[in-house]
Design a protein around this ligand. Structure first.
Ligand code: FEO
Length: 173
């Protein structure tokens, strides 16, 4: 069974991942309003990714005979000054999530819970990809700044992002 302090930290991370999903859903809405349908589609996939992260954590807590505590999810921002600013906010958010995962991993080491450290290694690796994805798009947005044709092309390209492997959140439970 998981130590209460570890369980509390896992529950806090479940909330972080659900908030991530909520934040990216707000970005879907924002990009749709900007007529950037490809970016909205990319973010729809990200909403699913975050639900997968939350449900992986959820499943693990239950597997360890722990109790999942679902707390209120904060309301995300609804609009950004520009699409560039939205992508920068996505990158900053992923950097925050990486810090949360590293803290959670450090807590598992501190509490001598090797099952949790091993489980969290997947998330440590995943965060490398999450940050890299957002950083690449921030850089591409910078390249097309002031060039509507470039923005149009980038939007189309981002719209081709495939759905998460396994078909979505349901498969991760
Ligand atoms: Fe669940 Fe985007 O980190």
């Amino acid at each position: 069974m998981m130590k209460p302090e570890m369980q509390k930290a896992f529950n806090a991370q479940i909330n972080e991942e659900l908030f991530s999903s909520y934040l990216y859903a707000a970005m879907v809405n924002y990009f749709e309003q900007q007529n950037l349908k490809g970016m909205a589609a990319w973010m729809r996939v990200q909403v699913q990714e975050e639900l997968i992260h939350a449900t992986k954590l959820f499943g693990y807590v239950l597997e360890r005979d722990g109790a999942v505590e679902l707390k209120a999810i904060a309301a995300p921002k609804a609009a950004w000054k520009s699409p560039q600013e939205a992508w920068k906010a996505a990158l900053a958010h992923e950097q925050h999530i990486t810090a949360c995962i590293l803290d959670l991993h450090a807590k598992a080491v501190e509490l001598k819970d090797p099952a949790s450290t091993i489980f969290l290694e997947w998330f440590v690796t995943e965060q490398v990809e999450e940050e890299s994805n957002a950083r690449d798009i921030v850089a591409q947005m910078e390249m097309v700044k002031g060039a509507p044709g470039g923005l149009f092309m980038l939007d189309r390209e981002l719209g081709g992002r495939p759905a998460p492997a396994g078909g979505g959140a349901a498969s991760a439970t």
